[in-house]
Design a protein. Structure first.
Length: 254
């Protein structure tokens, strides 16, 4: 059976200054460790999807640092850049005119359609789903009823019981939840933003988040609290032709 391997990394929080320290971690160094591990261990990955908060200060230099970190990813692995609430969409667009980067909202491979939402709401840390992208997803579901769908977001679409994070949930996430409930061929939904790993289901659809490449958040905390015992990581997602998803988080020492 054919198998598609997607690597998701998220919430790098890079800066113009490669030596910047946040919560006792150098985000550039920790991202480099994660990316080097991905390059070494996943030589046959089809795609690398970065689900937002790539750069913390929206600086062009920060996106230059991202480009340098990803320079050794092999040419057969497409790199998709998605914006988070900290990102500059203009700088992402600029970077996607070079090398192997792209910011396409969806692509098809084998029996799967991969759909990537932009959930960045202007001048707000909260998430939002835009009508045009919702309509695009609905059209794809109508036009390709036999395809399996995997959806990526930056912000979380469900309550995670962390008070500070849940204030930044996708404000109109009920639209996506209803689409999931109405379409059994949506097999998985994955996001970043919350700096922690969770796994749940809506009917048979798997919903899961991925830890940051830098600092981690304490689950179910009232205020944003760093979990210094949790290691940074990335997610491996394997998509099978029959619609099954095999996935796990890999964590790295820094």
């Amino acid at each position: 059976m054919n198998e598609i391997e997607i690597i998701q990394i998220t919430d790098l929080h890079l800066n113009a200054n490669k030596f910047h320290i946040t919560h006792d971690i150098n985000p550039y160094n920790s991202a480099k460790i994660i990316i080097d591990e991905v390059i070494k261990e996943h030589k046959n990955a089809n795609s690398l999807i970065l689900t937002g908060d790539l750069v913390d200060d929206e600086s062009r230099e920060g996106y230059g640092n991202l480009s340098r970190l990803l320079a050794e990813v092999h040419d057969k692995c497409q790199i998709f850049l998605m914006p988070g609430n900290h990102d500059s969409i203009e700088e992402i667009d600029r970077l996607c005119k070079t090398k192997n980067f792209n910011n396409n909202k969806h692509f098809s491979i084998n029996n799967w359609i991969i759909f990537m939402f932009n959930t960045k709401k202007n001048n707000s840390p909260n998430g939002i789903l835009y009508e045009k992208e919702i309509d695009n997803l609905k059209n794809l579901l109508n036009n390709f009823p036999t395809k399996n769908f995997m959806i990526f977001l930056h912000h979380h679409p469900i309550i995670i019981e962390s008070e500070s994070m849940d204030k930044m949930i996708i404000e109109n996430s009920e639209i996506l939840i209803n689409i999931i409930k109405d379409n059994e061929n949506i097999k998985g939904v994955c996001w970043g933003h919350i700096h922690q790993e969770i796994m749940t289901k809506i009917n048979k659809t798997k919903l899961f988040s991925t830890p940051s490449t830098c600092y981690q958040a304490t689950p179910k905390s009232k205020s944003f609290t760093i979990d210094y015992s949790a290691k940074p990581g990335y997610r491996v997602i394997k998509l099978l032709d029959d619609g099954e998803i095999k996935t796990h988080v890999a964590r790295c020492d820094i």
